[in-house]
Design a protein around this ligand. Sequence first.
Ligand code: ATP
Length: 317
Amino acid sequence: MRVPSALPDGPGPLPHRRARPARGRARTVQRVSLRRKGGVVSSPVLQIRDLRVAFPGPRRSLRGGRTIVQAVAGVDLEVRARETLALVGESGSGKSTVARCVLGLVRPQAGTISYEGRTLGPVDKRPAELQRAIQMVFQDPGSSLNPRMTVSAIIREAWKVHPAVAPKGDRRQALLNVLADVGLDAGVADRRPSALSGGQRQRVSIARALALRPRLLVCDEAVSALDVSVQSQILRLLVDLQRSHDLSILFITHDLAVVRQIADRVAVMKRGELVECTTAGQLFTAPAHPYTRGLLSAAHDLEGTRAGFEYTQEQTR
Ligand SMILES: Nc1ncnc2c1ncn2[C@@H]1O[C@H](COP(=O)(O)OP(=O)(O)OP(=O)(O)O)[C@@H](O)[C@H]1O
């Protein structure tokens, strides 16, 4: 089971925990919320109703029938305009399956998903504008970017599928614009992913999604493979892009430190079910469900262990 990683310091310690020594806390001070204060109240763009997905599980015995894995067991969720909704939960709780349903890559057994009031079917049955409107950023740009293609070719490929987004004569400029949007200079265009750092590769993944002018970004563990400092840069970029491009973001992560930095609201999944959905502020100060309290506590313990280790290291230097 994946353990949630470090919980950073926020306005104060969690009510049921003692504060840690000041020196151990120093490293995480910068990891405060990147979100604007006051929260966001807006209309839903994505609505998920009673979503259910089951997969065939392992065989009961050599000659027995297959078990069923109920990956998603009746989830109701909405993502509002220009908000970031974090979907959290331990490994295997069904987060990625929800994301893949939103993308139309998995067909649910029951339930509906609608985008701005229009029901979403499988990706190949969606009209072009709906395919374009929802884009995904994956965890590992190393495997999601074609290593044989240059950055320019990777981004231009999106326009081959959706040519109306960038008319042919404008594509060079559109390419430079989208690279600039994600903080990459023009020189990157002719390089292959292997010649870029992990952070630059993830910026290319975001640029590829952004090139189609989406309205909703689904980020599945999009910063999990990055160092903490690079994580913060990419999260900052996503917050800036959200403001400049009016994006809504469904952000899937097991890392509560990341949640604290980026989320307006948080939905917590456990074994295919949603156990809690609330504002980020509420989740970190007064989590309602025992499972959420357990996740926070595990993350807090881990951070305490790290902070204590760093404190000891400093003392012995
Ligand atoms: N294609 C599949 N075939 C069979 N079982 C699957 C399939 N995809 C997911 N599952 C199972 O469904 C459950 C939920 O998986 P899912 O990947 O959605 O969880 P998750 O919360 O995203 O986990 P992680 O954080 O590890 O990615 C797990 O038990 C998983 O093994």
